[in-house]
Design a protein around this ligand. Structure first.
Ligand code: CMP
Length: 143
C-alpha cells in the first residue's frame, strides 16, 4: 500500500472541477487518507517546490499556486505514486493524452490543475508538509 500527495491547484478550485477530479481518483479505486482545503503561502510554496525555486519559471509558479485556495489530498492505494502520475498526464496539459486529467480539462503548462508526487521519497516529504500524522486516517482495504 502506497500514499501520494495530490494537490488540486487554484485553477481546479476556481473552475469547480474538484468534485469531478476526486471522483476519478475514487473511481479508480483509491482512498483518501487525508483531505484539506487551504491557501498556500509563499513560504509553503518555497518549501514544497524547493527543487524549482531557482528556476526561471518559479516566480510565476509561486504567484499561481498562492493565488487561491487549493485542496490537498493524501491518496492511498497500490502504486499510488505511479498510477496517479499516469492519471494526471504530462506537466504541459497540451502534451497530455485524452483520458488523463490534464488532457481532458486543460490547455496550459502552468495552470495544469493538479500536482502529484513524482516518487515515493517525494511523497513522504510532501505529505509531511501538508498533513500532520494525526490528520491522516489509516484506511483498511484489501486493494
Ligand atoms: P507540478 O507538477 O506542480 O510541478 C511543478 C510545477 O511548475 C508544474 O506542475 C507546473 O505548474 C510548473 N512548471 C513546470 N515546468 C514549467 C515551465 N517550464 N514553465 C512554467 N511552469 C512550469
Amino acid at each position: 500500500m502506497e500514499r501520494t500527495l495530490i494537490l488540486l491547484k487554484p485553477d481546479a478550485v476556481e473552475r469547480r472541477l474538484c468534485g469531478r477530479i476526486m471522483a476519478r481518483i475514487e473511481d479508480r479505486g483509491f482512498k483518501f487518507a487525508g483531505v484539506k482545503m487551504l491557501k498556500v503561502t509563499p513560504e509553503l510554496s518555497r518549501q514544497h517546490y524547493a527543487e524549482h525555486v531557482s528556476k526561471p519559471f518559479y516566480p510565476l509558479l509561486e504567484s499561481f499556486i498562492t493565488s487561491g485556495p487549493i485542496i490537498a489530498l493524501c491518496v492511498e492505494g497500490p502504486e499510488a505514486v505511479r498510477v496517479m502520475r499516469d492519471m494526471m498526464g504530462k506537466t504541459n496539459c497540451r502534451d497530455s493524452a485524452p483520458g488523463t486529467i490534464r488532457g481532458d480539462f486543460g490547455l496550459s503548462r502552468q495552470m495544469n490543475l493538479i500536482h502529484g508526487s513524482d516518487s515515493i521519497e517525494s511523497a513522504a516529504r510532501e505529505i509531511a508538509i501538508y498533513f500532520k500524522p494525526e490528520e491522516l486516517i489509516a484506511t483498511t482495504s484489501a486493494l
